[in-house]
Ligand binder design. Sequence first.
Ligand code: NAD
Length: 478
Amino acid sequence: MADLPFYGHFIDGAEVRSLDGAEMSSVDPWTREAWAAVALGGKADADRAVAAARTAFDEGPWPRMSFAERGAILHRLADLIEEHADELGLADTRDMGKPITQSRGNDVPRSAQNFRFFADHARLSVGEVLPMGEQLHTYTAFPPAGVVAAIAPWNFPLMLESWKVAPALAWGNTVVLKPAEDTPVSATILARLAHEAGMPAGVFNVVHGYGPDSAGQALTENPDVDRITFTGESSTGRTIARAGAANLVPASLELGGKGANLVFADADLGNAVDWSIRAIFSNAGQVCLAGSRLYVERSVYDEFLTRFVAAAEAMVVGDPKDPATQFGPLASETHFEKVRSYVESVELAGGKIRTGGVGEGWVVRPTVAVDLPEDAKHVREEIFGPLVRITPFDSEAEVVHAANDTPYGLNAMVFTENLGRAHRVSARLKAGTVWVNCFFVRDLRAPFGGVGDSGMGREGGNFSREFFTEPKAVVMQL
Ligand code: NAD
């Protein structure tokens, strides 16, 4: 790995190697070759990072700064993220194969926006004064929780990391981030930029490594950690919830999904096709919010399917570094093999593939399956790839029942021009977020999280404040 660029951990204000010198490589899923060498951390490295974060929290200036001072540093960091957008965008694209127009064009600006939003939200946030009588009142305060362990997945590396790190820092916590092992590079760049922005040593640390028996597990079990914020698979979420419970540490869990997408006959069909394509095929379907179960009212089913298949076939598949590319490879060989096994078992399960299938390298093309029964594993399990199952429905009651018949409950989409139906169906869907006539539009003040196997807790706006602080009541008799 001698000739590859090296990305270290970032601990206590400096970029460092692992204590035992271990390294791993990051593979570019388009070229299928290693493109970066990265420090491979273990328990000792994670413990060192937590110790640095603990000292910075207990003794350093960060938790004691005013919101305005902290906010100024976070805004500087946002500026630096934008100045380094090419480098950050390319890092995520090479690490996991997402088109550069998405990483550079969407994820990087949204990461900068996350830092700006949470800095401002914390600064402008108000507490309550609860008058209890002439000489007695209670007021609320929101001191930081302490050391936050943030564990992130590989599908939106920088963007999801900033979604956790930004509110944690804005509220005065110190952080140890463990990015996913497949997408480590942008996190090290982010830490370099935070340092450049003037963040004190030990406030934002990054430790690389795997999950089980590695840096990830060590972080979740460290008794000096006060909060765990995790995004990833539901099964990992269960393991992390147990680790948090052992130390009585609150864990916020943003987990898997199997989004239902309901298209009623009264919908604007062009709009429904456009959003539905994006909902399942952007990021090659590697999106927790993917609309992978698509239900279309029978009277418009044939027309919708024809238009949807044409739009899927029109997607430009290719090198994710090319700005013309809309659809790249899957993130890793292991993940490609997983998605491939779902695609290749569609017919065995009674379905038909209308378009798509396995492509060159680690590409699975935008794939549309029909005629799959409701109990097929393709309909039940999170595939996390570009395979959508489309099926017709006849009534509102029937489709709401089908949409809710899943252990997941992260999000759902409803396409209709009937306002009454939009409200009624949104109310009945078991989901943390319902999008009506759109997808992926976010207001960062809104709660974000899932029901059932999709997670525990909410983040966003005041919900992030609740999680990353120790809300306190001060009762005063004067
Ligand atoms: P994953 O659970 O395999 O890994 C996520 C992170 O957890 C990685 O950093 C990994 O190293 C770490 N990890 C794994 N085991 C661990 C353990 N025992 N202790 C501590 N850390 C551990 O998930 P993934 O494959 O990286 O991501 C894909 C999953 O994430 C999908 O299920 C997707 O739906 C979900 N996701 C959810 C959201 C959301 O907001 N709800 C967003 C994006 C992705």
